[in-house]
Design a protein around this ligand. Structure first.
Ligand SMILES: Cc1cc2nc3c(=O)[nH]c(=O)nc-3n(C[C@H](O)[C@H](O)[C@H](O)COP(=O)(O)OP(=O)(O)OC[C@H]3O[C@@H](n4cnc5c(N)ncnc54)[C@H](O)[C@@H]3O)c2cc1C
Length: 475
């Protein structure tokens, strides 16, 4: 028997774990023995995904749910045998609130990120002025863009729906998800489906009307406002369930080295040599970097400066989630939604609040509510300079002003994500194409992670699995 091929995966976030799992599947399917090692600089696997228990609350500290209409996550849960742990979002409070002149107001039913899918709620909403509403309905007649260049999300929305819809609805909704500045975000790279809707149907409203004619199983979730919450799922024990299932599944055939940073990487002619923070040197036939692009850039810099330069051009924003548990008796607002998003024009110090135990009811003890408040992002990097105590104090003040939350919280915890959220700014797709072309000549080296073609959990899984397949075929 030949020696097993040695594969090193750098980074044990969801991407690294999903890649290890895919290598394991391929090894069994093709009867090719592999020696797989997963190297993680942090003290635990999971990266930006994790769940903790705190005084009877079940808290997702990073991602808390994922899209089910993209196959990546659901298919993986199925293959791992944890499909029965998938839970839908509660139907009772589906929908979002947006702050308007200091008050939380419902996002009109059917308004989904950039697209009004129901017209009457847009007529009756107090969020837009009569002119703003007329401008929004005129979207039906706005011709699609002809000479398509990479357009910013803000420019697209201003062009199609008008400035009011951008400032009062789209900016806070997008900011709440991507922690981004819509003026610099590439629509084609971030949410291409709206461009496709424009090109295919001539307008977003026409696309929504066409969608209504489809049988409900084929159409997108029509009832939610904000995100399409009907398409999201969580896991009974939080997203840590997925991390645990992956770790258990891969650990039979894959060593996981925690608290070990890969500090250098070099091609040897026949494979790769990695230097570790422990002083060790490892040789590998295949290497998969599942890192933020700035971390991948540092390693690639050793042997390809132009490629490292391209990787470092991808911007990342830092943000924090301040998680707090409260007695419902201490909250004046009924919290009759999944969360509150805050437009820039309201000049507040938080980006959004997710009412976690409204989305997934068993996340808080009886009579209590779990809130996750988002701070920082591309538009407020200065917020990250606060100490944990200062950030908790800011959040408590803002929760009091916006939702009438008073009294001592049952607990408060700050979860920081430094340079963790990639920003797909204008030119992103060209940059990624150049990176992909730059990596291609290196046999046995692949890149995965959310810096390239999709930031969500299913995207991370899908990109990692495809990259694992390329390493398997190529190394
Ligand atoms: C605050 C926040 C909320 C989110 N919410 C959602 C959500 O609700 N739904 C959704 O679909 N997506 C969400 N996402 C995105 C989702 O979390 C990501 O898609 C996913 O976690 C990315 O996993 P990853 O493995 O690619 O990256 P990461 O989780 O960042 O993992 C990379 C790992 O590499 C390690 N590492 C870095 N450098 C080295 C090195 N040199 N050597 C060894 N190890 C190294 C890091 O320690 C880290 O563990 C959210 C992201 C953030 C930041």
């Amino acid at each position: 028997m030949s020696e097993p091929r040695r594969i090193v995966i750098v980074g044990a976030g969801l991407s690294g774990l999903a890649a290890a799992h895919r290598f394991q599947e391929l090894s069994v399917e093709r009867q090719v023995p592999l020696d797989i090692v997963l190297v993680e600089s942090g003290p635990r696997a999971g990266g930006a995904v994790g769940t903790i228990r705190e005084q009877g609350y079940l808290v997702d500290t990073g991602a808390d749910s994922f899209l089910t209409n993209k196959p990546g996550a659901v298919s993986l849960c199925r293959r791992l045998g944890i499909e029965d742990r998938l839970i839908p979002t509660d139907t009772k409070y589906r929908g979002a609130l947006v702050l308007y002149e200091g008050r939380p107001v419902p996002v009109p039913d059917g308004f989904q990120l950039l697209s009004p899918t129901a017209l009457w709620p847009m007529v009756t909403t107090p969020l837009l002025s009569p002119w703003g509403k007329l401008r929004l309905f005129a979207e039906y007649f706005v011709p699609p863009a002809k000479n398509l260049i990479d357009e910013s999300l803000a420019s697209f929305v201003r062009r199609r729906l008008g400035a009011e819809a951008l400032d009062r609805l789209v900016q806070p909704l997008v900011g709440g998800i991507y922690t981004s500045d819509p003026e610099t975000l590439s629509l084609a790279a971030t949410i291409p489906r709206f461009l496709e809707m424009e090109q295919r149907h001539g307008s977003l409203i026409r696309a929504a009307l066409a969608d209504r004619k489809k049988p409900s199983a084929e159409s997108s979730d029509r009832t939610s406002s904000g995100a399409r919450y009907g398409l999201f799922a969580g896991l009974k024990g939080g997203l840590q369930d997925l991390v645990d299932a992956l770790t258990t599944s891969v650990s039979a055939n894959c060593a996981i080295r925690l608290e070990t940073r890969v500090t250098s990487l070099k091609p040897t002619g026949t494979g790769w040599r990695l230097g570790l923070s422990t002083g060790e040197w490892w040789d590998a036939d295949g290497v998969l970097l599942t890192l933020p692009t700035h971390a991948a850039s540092e390693l690639v810099d050793d042997f390809d400066k132009p490629l490292a330069g391209l990787l470092s051009e991808i911007d990342y924003a830092s943000s924090a989630i301040v998680v707090t548990g409260h007695k419902l008796a201490n909250v004046r607002h009924p919290l009759n939604a999944f969360g509150l998003v805050i437009p820039e024009r309201e000049r507040r110090k938080i980006l959004a609040v997710s009412f976690s135990s409204r989305k997934f009811p068993d996340r808080a003890p009886e009579g209590c509510v779990l809130l996750r408040t988002f701070v920082g992002g591309a538009l407020h990097p200065e917020a990250m300079l606060q100490t944990d105590e200062e950030m908790i104090a800011t959040v408590r003040e803002e929760l009091a002003k916006t939702l009438g939350v008073t009294g001592e919280p049952d607990f408060a915890k700050v979860c920081r994500y430094v340079r963790a959220m990639p920003q797909y700014t204008l030119g992103h797709l060209d940059r990624v194409a150049a990176i992909e072309a730059g990596v291609k000549p290196y046999r046995g080296l692949e890149l995965a992670g959310t810096g390239y073609r999709g930031v969500g959990v299913p995207d991370a899984i899908e990109q990692a699995e495809r990259a694992a397949e390329r390493v398997f075929e190529g190394s």
